[in-house]
Write a protein that binds this ligand. Structure first.
Ligand SMILES: [Fe+2]
Length: 315
């Protein structure tokens, strides 16, 4: 890219090229999502299989886990990613360290003794528990957690929200708002959030890309999605946490989450609910998207290559 000549209005310093380089976003299947900002790479709930797992490289500085269920805290994937020179820290909710016991009884098929605490699989000095800063009062009104302040990691800031699927009120699950300060871009991964709650208004206007999981989908639940969007007012909503039968989808048949019968209809049903409150930004699982900065627009191109040797319509 050529040199940028724009100036930062606040202190009139030139904006460095690297600050305005494009970023890359990817839905990795299920609730897994990653972002490459250039100077720093992050992943949420990584969950890989087969060749993707075999090929996985430890390219992330920080990894964020929403909760201790197997499809979000996946030891086999984390063993591949939580190592090497670049990797710094795995941030988890409390349940990844001290799950409800006995695990088999409390979680059924959603979490396993073999996986938890996650320090069985990732060195303890690389794991840090975070607690939600913004709490859902329907989980209890007298809770306050230490270790819930906004975390400053230099290039990025981490602000936590309470997610859903809490095993108990004292085992809160996490959503993470990650803001890359210099690039002025932010991603909110909600975890398996089921319902909106008033404290989410604290995120209003702070979210560029909201990674959506399951909230407000299903008969009679649309008002929840509308409320979430009106509270947070994200620029974009990226639907995830469903599985397709597309070749690029990293989650093999027979694994969580379930397919939708018709992906386009699914997306359009969300668009109908959301209306003009925000922009729905459907991603194809397993595909990395380049996002043009500072406009924050996904780049797409024609693929000008032939899938034939002789045009089949010639004859
Ligand atoms: Fe999930």
């Amino acid at each position: 890219m050529g040199a940028k000549t724009e100036r930062n209005g606040r202190n009139d310093l030139p904006i460095a090229d690297s600050q305005m380089d494009n970023i890359f976003l990817r839905w990795w299947g299920c609730g897994a999502f990653d972002a490459r900002f250039g100077d720093i790479n992050i992943a949420f709930d990584p969950y890989l299989f087969n060749q993707n797992l075999a090929d996985a490289e430890p390219i992330y500085d920080y990894i964020f886990i929403s909760h201790e269920h197997f499809d979000h805290c996946h030891p086999v994937t984390l063993q591949k990613l939580c190592r090497g020179e670049r990797f710094k820290k795995l941030f988890v909710n409390l349940g990844c360290m001290t799950p409800a016991l006995p695990i088999a009884e409390k979680y059924g098929d959603a979490a396993f003794e073999r996986d938890l605490p996650i320090t069985k699989h990732v060195p303890a000095d690389k794991v840090q528990v975070l607690y939600p800063k913004h709490l859902n009062e329907s989980q209890g009104t007298s809770r306050a957690f230490q270790g819930s302040d906004t975390l400053d990691l230099g290039d990025i800031q981490v602000e936590t929200i309470e997610s859903g699927e809490n095993q108990t009120p004292n085992l809160p699950t996490n959503g993470y708002l990650i803001t890359h300060i210099k690039k002025n871009v932010s991603i909110l991964h909600t975890g398996d959030l089921h319902e909106p709650y008033p404290a989410l208004i604290n995120l209003q206007g702070k979210v560029d890309f909201l990674i959506h999981m399951k909230l407000g989908l299903g008969a009679g639940l649309a008002p929840r999605l509308i409320e979430l969007i009106e509270l947070i007012q994200p620029h974009y909503v990226i639907p995830t946490h469903y599985r397709t039968d597309r070749k690029s989808d990293p989650i093999p048949v027979g694994h969580w989450p379930p397919n939708v019968t018709d992906e386009m209809a699914f997306i359009e049903s969300m668009r109908t609910i959301i209306g003009d409150r925000t922009h729905l930004l459907p991603f194809t699982a397993g595909i990395e998207y380049e996002v043009e900065m500072p406009e924050k627009q996904v780049i797409w191109k024609w693929e000008w290559f032939n899938t034939w040797d002789v045009p089949p319509w010639r004859e």
